[in-house]
Design a protein. Structure first.
Length: 129
């Protein structure tokens, strides 16, 4: 179970890995299946340019309920992201597709969530700040 399906090897300036751990020690893994929530997380990773390893969790076979997967995500749902080089260089396990997307955007230094919602709206006279 949880086998890899290939590596996305895009790279962009914003996606370059920071100094610290050697490149082969840094790894983002995305555990998921062909569902909307998993696919949106995968799209965010593809768009980010960050290298990652997809790990398939076949829901139809109940792989989300194995002890191995439940250690990763006790809710038994996909997607789940594991970043061996998370904040402070620590391993991070993240669930919830929207949280994963925001994390990827921040890590890749993409500004789309910040531009859309996190800055005050000044042009129209209304403000959400
Ligand atoms: N709010 C969660 C929902 C995750 C979720 O419901 N995943 C479903 C597939 S789309 C799942 O893993 N179902 C397996 C199960 O419930 O056994 C997210 O956005 O990631």
């Amino acid at each position: 179970m949880l086998e890899g399906e290939g590596v996305s090897s895009h790279s962009s300036p914003s996606a370059r890995l920071s100094a610290g751990k050697r490149e082969e020690e840094r790894m983002i893994e995305l555990f998921g299946d062909a569902t909307g929530n998993s696919i949106r997380a995968a799209i965010a990773l593809e768009e980010s340019g960050l290298a990652y390893q997809p790990r398939k969790v076949t829901l139809a076979r109940g792989e989300q309920r194995t002890a191995e997967y439940l250690r990763l995500n006790p809710t038994g749902r996909v997607p789940a992201l594991v970043d061996s080089d998370g904040p402070g260089g620590e391993r991070l396990v993240l669930t919830q597709s929207n949280a994963i997307m925001l994390y990827i955007a921040e890590k890749a230094e993409r500004s789309f969530p910040r531009a859309a919602w996190r800055e005050p709206v000044r042009s129209s006279g209304s403000s959400f700040s």
